[in-house]
Structure formats: C-alpha cells, structure tokens
Design a protein around this ligand. Structure first.
Ligand SMILES: [Zn+2]
Ligand SMILES: [Zn+2]
Length: 348
C-alpha cells in the first residue's frame, strides 16, 4: 500500500451550524481496513449542497457538523485498506453516497436503498468537496474504459434520473416531467430514448428550458402553462400516463395531479423544502398512484447507468459550468441562480 505523500489537503468545510462554507487545509483522511482513499478529480454541486450552504430548515434538521460536504464525484483510488479485495490503486471510480449498514433487515434482503441505518456521505459524514476522500470499499463504483471524466462525475445524479425514469415502463406513453434541473433533464432524455410517445418538461427557468432543446422533448414554461396547456403540448387530451415530479416546488405538485390521466402514475423525487398541501381527494377519486423515489438502487441502477452510457447515452449537455475548487463561492452562486445546469468543481 503506497501512502500518498500529502499530509494536508484543501477542503470545503462547515465548522458548525449556520450558513456558509470556508476553504481550509484539512488533514488527509486515512482508510480503515475495508475502506479506500480516493484522489478526487471532479465533483458536482447538488441541490443538497445548496441546502447545506444556505443552512435552511432541511439542513438544520439533517446535517451533522463539523462537515466536509459533497457526494457527487469521480476520482482515482490511491490507497486501499488491508481488507479490501477487488479494487486497486489507479482505478477511476465513482461513489455511492448512501453508506448502508449491511446488517439491517432491508440490507439483508437486498434492498440496500431502503437501509434502516443509512448514513449520507457529505451530509452525516465527511464528503467529496476535498482533494481526498475515504469511503467504504462497498460503495465504490469502478468506471469502464472510455467513460469521459465529466460524464463519470455525474453518475450519481444520472442514477437518480435512471431510477425515476425506469420506475414505470414509458414506451408508447405520454410523460410529464415537472422540473428541468439536471436530474429532470436527464430523466427526460432517458424517457425519450426509451420510446415515450411524448415528453413534456416544465420549469420556471427559461435557461433550463433552453437546455431541454438539446434533447427530443417539449419544453413548457411553469407556472404559465397550466394542466390544459401541458396536455395540449404533450398531445395527450386525457392527461399524461406518467408524471415525474422532479422540482419539489409546491405549485408543481398540484399541476402534476391535475395533468395526469385517471389512473396516472406519478413518481415523486423532488424534495419540497417545507410542508405543502395537495387535494388528496384527487388521488382517491381519480385513482392515481404515487411512488416515492430517492437515490439509486444499489447496485442495479449503477449497472443501468453504465450500460446506457456504454450504449451511447450522452448526458453531458446538462453540464454548463466547471470552476476550480477555490472559486467555490462563484460556483455555488451559479448553481443557485437558476441560470445553470450541473455545475462542477475541478480538484485536479
Ligand atoms: Zn446529489
Ligand atoms: Zn441497512
């Protein structure tokens, strides 16, 4: 095991409760027996990281400080713990950010995504916004040959998109996607690729709707487009067969309920930042189904993502900005502005 020569590393750090992040020199972590040390190359800024920066209600109730946040990354293994098998130095890897216990009833029945003791990288334990990160070997995904680094860096959110878009078969059906952030856009791309009859994507950001023009879908402005206009745009007069709610915006939830057909199936991935109300009677009388989706199935979704990319899926149109890690303030402001898709930080 060759150790790295670096003793300290640059890292984005939240020292205690409150808004903001600072760039510090932190000690390089050492891997335990079943862990690996990864040299981080590129990281993605996720909505979760914006919540942590801003220290909103969700962050106050969920985040443990002190903390190095961040969970979306591509990097190279530089050291493996003594008990690690099947991984080696130099491999280009991604990380599943849900650190599951492996012991609970859900984990033991193969449903790691439903682990009862789940810990989130970069939320409950130090994450990837640093030059190095230590993660359990069981959470490492080894990238295949030829995956571009920037595509590899977004396998985590691409996995969210695949998980949501494959919850129900979409072939031949009409799909409404509320929220054209990176995950919504990638889900739209996947639905179109999987043979959906029509895919309509809504957002309040005209910048994001412009990104949707890179793929074979119909962009629609929210909230200006009500459910009637959306049905027209999707050429689906009775309503959409499938809805993917990716925004968490309270206004979008009722739009979604109104726009799907009787018997419509809704996948709920977006996280409202506060409690919100919908007309529950709609769900009952129109016999709608709502399926919550979070994270990725482990490892099935990672395999699906790798197969889609190997077969030519190119989600790089969602990456609009890359900043050096020391320009993090500008990077986070850009990600929060609504005038960006996926924003990357470069740690090389
Ligand atoms: Zn994320
Ligand atoms: Zn578990």
């Amino acid at each position: 095991m060759n150790g790295t020569r670096d003793e300290t590393m640059p890292a984005l750090y939240k020292s205690g409760p409150g808004a903001g992040l600072e760039l510090v020199e932190a000690p390089v972590p050492r891997p335990g027996a079943d862990e690996v040390l990864i040299r981080v190359l590129l990281t993605g800024i996720c909505g979760t990281d914006l919540h942590i920066l801003q220290w909103d209600d969700w962050a106050q109730g969920s985040v443990r400080t002190p903390l190095i946040p961040g969970h979306e990354c591509v990097g190279r293994i530089v050291e493996t713990g003594s008990g690690v098998r099947g991984l080696r130095e130099g491999q280009t890897v991604g990380v599943e950010g849900h650190l599951t216990c492996g012991r609970c009833a859900q984990c033991r029945s193969g449903a790691r995504h439903l682990c009862l003791n789940n810990i989130n990288l970069g939320v409950h334990t130090d994450g990837v916004f640093a030059r190095y990160v230590v993660v359990p070997a069981a959470n490492v995904w080894v990238h295949g040959e030829g995956v571009p680094l920037e595509v590899a860096s977004i396998f985590d959110p691409l996995g969210n998109a695949v998980h949501a878009a494959t919850t129900h078969p979409v072939s031949g059906l009409s799909v409404l996607i509320t929220g054209a952030g990176p995950i919504g856009l990638m889900a739209a791309q996947i639905c179109a690729r999987m043979g959906a009859r029509s895919v309509v994507v809504t957002d309040v950001s005209s910048f994001r709707l412009l990104l949707a023009e890179n793929i074979d879908v119909v962009p629609a402005a929210a909230p200006e487009s009500g459910s009637e206009e959306l049905r027209e745009a999707g050429d689906t007069p009775l309503g959409f067969d499938i809805g993917l709610e990716m925004s968490g915006a309270p206004e979008a939830l009722q739009t979604m309920l109104d726009a799907v057909s009787p018997g419509g199936r809704i996948v709920a991935l977006g996280l409202p930042s506060r409690e919100t109300s919908v007309d529950w009677a709609d769900i009952s009388t129109r016999m709608l189904s709502i399926q919550g989706v979070s994270g990725r199935r482990i490892p099935e979704t990672w395999r699906s993502v790798a197969a889609l990319v190997a077969n030519g899926l190119d989600p790089s149109f969602v990456i609009t900005h890359t900043f050096r890690y020391d320009q993090y303030a500008e990077a986070f402001a850009t990600a929060a502005s609504g005038r960006a898709g996926k924003v990357l930080l470069d740690w090389t």
